[in-house]
Design a protein. Sequence first.
Length: 563
Amino acid sequence: MNTESKLPLEESRSLNFIEEIVESAKVGDSLPRVHTRFPPEPNGYLHIGHAKSICLNFGLAKNYNGKCNLRFDDTNPVAEDVEYVDSIMEDVRWLGFDWEDRLFYASDYFQQIYDWAVVLIKKEKAYVCDLSAEEVSSMRGTPTIPGTPSPYRNRSVEENLDLFERMKNGEFAYGSKTLRAKIDLASPNMHMRDTVLYRILRAHHHRTGNKWCIYPMYDFAHGQSDYIEGITHSICTLEFEVHRPLYEWFLESIGLPLPRPRQIEFARLNLTYTVMSKRKLLELVKSNYVNGWDDPRMPTICGLRRRGYTPESLRNFAERIGVAKRENVIDVSLLEFCVREDLNKKANRILGVLNPVKVVITNFPDNHVEELDAINNPEDASAGGRKIPFTKELYIEQEDFMENPPKDYFRLRPGGEVRLRYAFYIKCENVVKNPETGEIIEIHCTYDKESRGGKTTDGRKVKGTIHWVSAQNAVECEVRLYDRLFKSENPEDGQDFKADLNPDSLKVIKGYLEPFVKNAKAGESYQLERLGYFNIDKDTTENNIVLNRTVGLKDAWSKIVKK
């Protein structure tokens, strides 16, 4: 694998290889019909890798004036839940896609799929097998050594039909029998060595209840569901490439008329500092390593949404990484770039201090409030402006003051002068320290009242501009500083992925915001000037604003820690 990070998308781009396949099927100037589907299994929440697939399937249909279905491949009731179904539909809608009236479930086709299994039995291309899963595995052989035939491989059609119907009727115990395809035990493709089509599974299904006690395997249900829905391009991730001969064998062996869907594989999304396995994500949730599927550290779509990512940023990310035939690893910084780029256009700017030290303006009138003008978003003139209160006591960041600074330090220092954003020039006159610890508890400054808005009568300028909030008017909030969930670029590289969890992936501190956000609503995003992009968390209440850090202002994450 190699790690890739691409530059921002140019206005025009070449076709990806899937689009080339579509274009190559032109007849004259007429493009072929394009009908795709997004087929999640409802056994977990969707993650950023699924977002890529959603954008690809729905985007391809849109680009070629076609259709895209949403179909749940719900063939394993043990792992499935309505909660997952609802969350998947919410995620697809949030990303900006609409399946219109084309919402389907593989369970809609259970009877038809069962009937096609009977067709295979009648054609002597399927048989009921009594071997256990362990026995089947031990007799499968290797890619260079043929498998050993099941002793039940040559059962008669009549016996197989009888046994399969009795399996359906619930006469046999779990694991006692399966229906297997009769294909080629010498095939170098292990999936062609009499793969299992049906297994006995006694579990309540979220849609069919207890009607069925046998369920088709994914490989058998998938292609036939595609055929029923009239899918033209069945787009799968690269691990299904070796399944394609089986996909085509089923369609051909059942004898389904042309046209049939074509399976096309593309490379799944691999992202640095991330795990993309549903099983592993579920383990993180169930073992309380994270606070649920929508924990903002998770790569789930709902987690990214809660963290403050926008649907536009995920769609732009999917477009930039493109569609590849080979596996690669995308640097997570590209995903961060995409949300930063989008929020730069949309997010209102506000002032906030996360690591405060008090500043007292000694020559400012007591109990006086000066209203200063501020711009909400310099990238969007329609966002307008707001008023910021300036008072005698302020908060600034601790790291914006140093008693003994280096030569190139342009923030506040003893005897030095800085500009307060949207406000005045202030000069540090002295500091007040805790007599026991030596910690600075107040910085006493004077302000130049003629420097309002950063302009002075004598034309002098200072190099440093820092942010601040009024101590009197600030809104106290809980700030959740999220970092990457894992320490290594590849958390799964030869170790237990949980051993690579970042113990500093979440820090919770107290911060202070300007009163503009007093009535902020969950989901709103803001840029805290000089600090990064943040959004209002769903845990926010009338008396407690909770702020999530979405991403820093630069590729290197801001290091905001409580001293």
